[in-house]
Design a binder for this molecule. Structure first.
Ligand code: ZN
Length: 560
């Protein structure tokens, strides 16, 4: 054997109680044996000292599609115990892409992914054109965690329809092109087909993401093309139009699993996600495999009024997305614009990030030292103090600071009683880290550690072995990933050694390390003592960590 991790409390990923004081032996990248007192026989020995060992976390909702071309480590996910990432969620992908469409593809991503266009232009290595070439390029460069990729609807549409992708439905010819590419991608090893119909998903200048323009015929055709060989998961971030019964009618009869995102608890529509989960339960009773993708993290976003993502799902905000600098400031000062935003906020809406809850938006960082006393106070409070309308107060304050004020909005998923019920629902799958996207707004790459530390240990909403299953064996089953997500002989040695007493994620901080020096938010992992990918240590190994190189694999074959 190459490696034996001795004396660990082993959670095997299947959901059962842990085996205390067990040894796990690894050979050739796979788990060779699990048991008591495995003989060393020259293997490297790691004494776990009673710490917990589990399969590495499978993060099924990430957006590393661009980052993976300049950062094969997929930072910060491996540090948070993630050994397999699925990219291409919501269909926000960069392959296929012809050279002349690269800028259009990047501009689509910049708004929705919260990544500066400069970072994307400086960072993306365009050494591919087709989807199979994209997977080959990842393999050639190497990657630290394992990665599986969806064929994504937005890049696909831009490829087939150019600029018209954000304007209209597809013609027969365009649809035939897309259909053939989906089939080609599935043969090359895509994990499924991903799309989005969500109203907050906008590209540069507020144009809708291409997939939002697809009609029913297009969605039906592409989901069918995915499933031709009896494989693939259909992943979708839904909007108003695409409720669960509609999705079930559209795609459920194809027999492939459907992963429905993003089920986040909205206090102004408190039963909304539960109604979705009930509709999913009903479809499952009829024999269809639907899952509701839920998050165990409160959705908080840091933003400035120069790029106010939380407000961008409001129709009245659309003109602001087209403007920058002095023109944007002039619009934000305009009384007519403000009245339109207020009028829309007064109308309740089910699918909307921000619903006028001004006590949930706070000033986080002022630009002018004189305004320091406003920090960490809510807009509701600050506006009430001077008798101003909260929208007027926020916009006037931001304008007085040249739109540099950093605000934090607690948008969704902050009611812990409701979230606790969602993440323990039988029809739900806990994911939605969005790692690699929304980089200036939040960082939930550590969602798995948060599930184990906050929800399982601190709040006790589920036993730790269930949390481990939720992050490992369960997503492996849902996404048909073979030989991963369990600690058992024959499985790949993707492992996470952690301390159950301290596991969790630290506070967020800003870091200016994207290409071109653009900022992103990151969090530190707590209680992680070691991470192995395919038997090689990538975290916690000290100096020889770099010797591990890029042990991850591009996963290309999936079960039926
Ligand atoms: Zn997403």
């Amino acid at each position: 054997m190459d490696l034996i991790i001795k004396n660990a409390t082993v959670f095997d990923g299947a959901g059962g109680p842990a085996a205390v004081g067990a040894d796990v032996g690894v050979e050739g990248g796979r788990i060779k044996a699990v048991g008591d007192g495995l003989a060393a026989n020259g293997a490297e020995i790691v004494d776990a000292g009673g710490l917990a060992l589990m399969p590495g976390i499978i993060d099924s909702h990430t957006h590393y599609d661009a980052q993976i071309t300049w950062d094969p480590t997929l930072d910060p996910s491996p540090a948070h115990g993630v050994t397999t990432t699925i990219i291409g969620n919501c269909g926000f992908t960069i392959a296929p892409c012809q050279p002349e469409d690269r800028d259009l593809t990047m501009r689509n991503l910049t708004q929705v992914e919260g990544m500066s266009i400069d970072a994307l232009r400086a960072g993306i290595d365009w050494d591919f054109e087709s989807f199979p070439e994209y997977l080959d390029a990842i393999e050639r460069r190497g990657v630290v965690p394992n990665v599986a990729a969806f064929i994504g609807h937005s890049a696909l549409r831009t490829y087939a329809m150019k600029a018209a992708a954000t304007e209209r439905a597809a013609t027969d010819d365009e649809l035939a092109t897309m259909e053939a590419i989906v089939a080609e991608a599935m043969r090359a090893g895509a994990i499924g087909f991903a799309t989005s119909t969500a109203p907050q998903h906008n590209g540069d200048g507020g144009i809708p993401m291409p997939s939002r323009l697809a009609d029913d015929r297009e969605l039906e055709t592409l989901v069918r093309a995915m499933g031709v060989e009896g494989k693939g998961v259909f992943m979708l971030t839904k909007g108003d139009r695409t409720d669960v019964p509609y999705l079930d009618a559209l795609a459920g009869k194809g027999g492939r699993p459907i992963m429905i995102a993003a089920l986040l608890h909205n206090p102004t529509n408190p039963d909304g996600t539960f109604a979705d989960l009930r509709a999913i339960a009903k479809a499952r009773e009829a024999g269809r495999e639907l899952w509701g993708q839920v998050s165990c993290c409160p959705l908080t976003m840091d933003f400035t009024l120069a790029s106010a993502y939380p407000l961008e799902s409001l129709k009245a905000w659309a003109p602001a997305m087209k403007l920058k600098g002095a023109e944007l400031s002039a619009l934000l000062a305009d009384a007519g614009f403000r009245d339109a935003v207020r009028a829309e906020l007064d109308q309740p809406a089910g699918v909307r990030l921000f619903n006028g809850e001004w006590h949930k938006i706070a000033v986080t960082e002022v630009a002018k030292a004189d305004n320091g006393s406003c920090e960490h106070r809510t807009v509701a409070e600050l506006a009430a103090e001077v008798g101003a309308d909260p929208l007027d107060w926020m916009l006037d304050f931001a304008l007085s600071e040249d739109l540099q004020t950093l605000f934090t909005a607690i948008l969704l998923n902050s009611d812990e009683d409701a979230v606790g019920r969602m993440i323990t629902d039988d029809n739900a799958s806990v994911a939605l880290s969005d790692a690699g996207a929304h980089l200036t707004f939040f960082c939930d790459a550590g969602f798995g550690l948060h599930l184990m530390g906050h929800w399982a240990r601190d709040l006790g909403v589920m036993p730790i072995e269930r949390a481990v299953h939720e992050l490992t064996g369960k997503p492996a089953d849902i996404f048909r990933i073979p030989e991963r997500g369990r600690i058992a002989p024959g499985y790949w040695a993707d492992l996470l050694l952690f301390d159950p007493a301290t596991v969790g994620r630290g506070a967020k901080r800003r870091q200016f390390d994207l290409p071109s020096g653009a900022p992103r938010l990151v969090t530190d992992a707590l209680g992680v003592h070691g991470v192995w990918v395919n038997g090689r240590r990538v975290v916690g190994g000290g100096d020889d960590e770099t010797a591990a190189g890029y042990p991850g694999r591009v996963l290309r074959s999936f079960l039926n």
